[in-house]
Every structure is written in C-alpha cells, then in structure tokens.
Design a binder for this molecule. Structure first.
Ligand code: HEM
Length: 139
C-alpha cells in the first residue's frame, strides 16, 4: 500500500475504473480496487461511486463496524478540498452513524434560527392574548 498522501478531487476522479478504483468516504481516500470483488454488496455499487465521494452511499447502507475496519485497510490518503470542489456529502440523519464529523455549521445555525423565531412568535402570541383578555375584562 502506498504511503498516506493527500489527493485532490481531480486526482481521485482519475481512479474510476475496475482496474484502478478510488473512492472517498468522510474525506478519506480509499483504494477499493482489490476489495471490489469481495464486497458483499457487489462490485457494481462500488464501481458506481468509483472516483467519487461515496460517503452518502456508504452510510445509507448502514455498514457494520467490520466494514469500517475493512475500510481502514484500504486507506491510501486524505482528501484535499480545493475551492470549487463539491461540498462534503452530508450524512442522512436516518443512518445509525456518527454524523458529528459531518454536521455542517449551516444546519446548526439554521436550527437555532428556527428555535429562536418560534420562541419569539410564541411570546408575541402570549402577549397578544393577554392584552385581548385584559381588554375584554375591562381591566
Ligand atoms: C470500500 C468501501 C466499502 C466497504 C469496505 C464495504 C464493506 C461492506 C461489508 C463488509 C458488507 C457486509 C455487511 C456489513 O458488514 O456491513 C457490505 C455490505 C453492503 N454494502 Fe458495502 N462496502 C463499501 C462500499 C459500499 C458502497 C459505496 C455501497 C453503495 C451503495 C455499498 C453497498 C453495500 C450493500 C447494499 C451491502 C449489503 C449487501 C447485503 O446485505 O446483501 N457498499 N459492504
């Protein structure tokens, strides 16, 4: 196995054939050429994501810890993102996986905005109802 090195998306994309296949999962680059034949899920699905970011496909299946250990052995390097490259693939929330590494700040901020807005709305509605009640009671 080659020493751990950095690959750009372009580098990885060049390895997309059955004889030479890299894929990216969680920004780590794996050489799946030899493993393809042994893959319990079939070689077709690996070929499909050859040279690409396979994070979503891999996590959607809910691969076992054993599968993750296999992955570790196929590691050849890490992904070096450049401006204009595709964004890291978000992991579907349905998967029983550790999504913390991938939880984008955008999602967090959006969520906070919704919570804060919801709170403000509820507070406003409460104030309004109180005022209405006071008015009808002539207080
Ligand atoms: C190099 C990366 C991959 C490794 C090391 C790997 C490893 C494995 C292993 C060990 C299993 C057996 C079940 C388990 O232990 O979870 C499995 C099953 C499976 N894999 Fe992967 N896998 C890889 C990539 C993918 C990708 C990209 C897909 C795309 C959809 C995929 C789809 C599946 C499916 C559908 C099964 C279930 C097969 C069945 O139960 O009949 N795998 N994989």
């Amino acid at each position: 196995m080659a020493a751990i090195q950095e690959f750009t998306f372009q580098d990885v994309a060049e390895h997309n054939t059955k004889k030479d296949l890299f894929l990216v999962i969680h920004d780590v680059v794996y050489d799946a050429t030899k493993f393809m034949d042994e893959h319990p899920g079939g070689e077709e699905v690996i070929l499909d994501v050859g040279g690409q970011d396979a994070t979503e496909a891999f996590e959607d299946v809910g691969h076992s810890d054993e599968a993750r250990e296999t992955l570790e052995q196929l590691k050849v390097g890490t992904l070096k993102r450049k401006a204009g490259d595709p964004k890291p693939k978000a992991v579907a929330t349905s998967g029983a996986v550790d999504a913390s590494a991938n939880a984008g700040a955008g999602v967090g901020v959006g969520l906070y905005a919704v919570v804060v807005l919801g709170g403000l709305l509820a507070f406003g509605a409460y104030q309004y109802l109180q005022a209405q009640q006071n008015a009808t009671q002539g207080a």
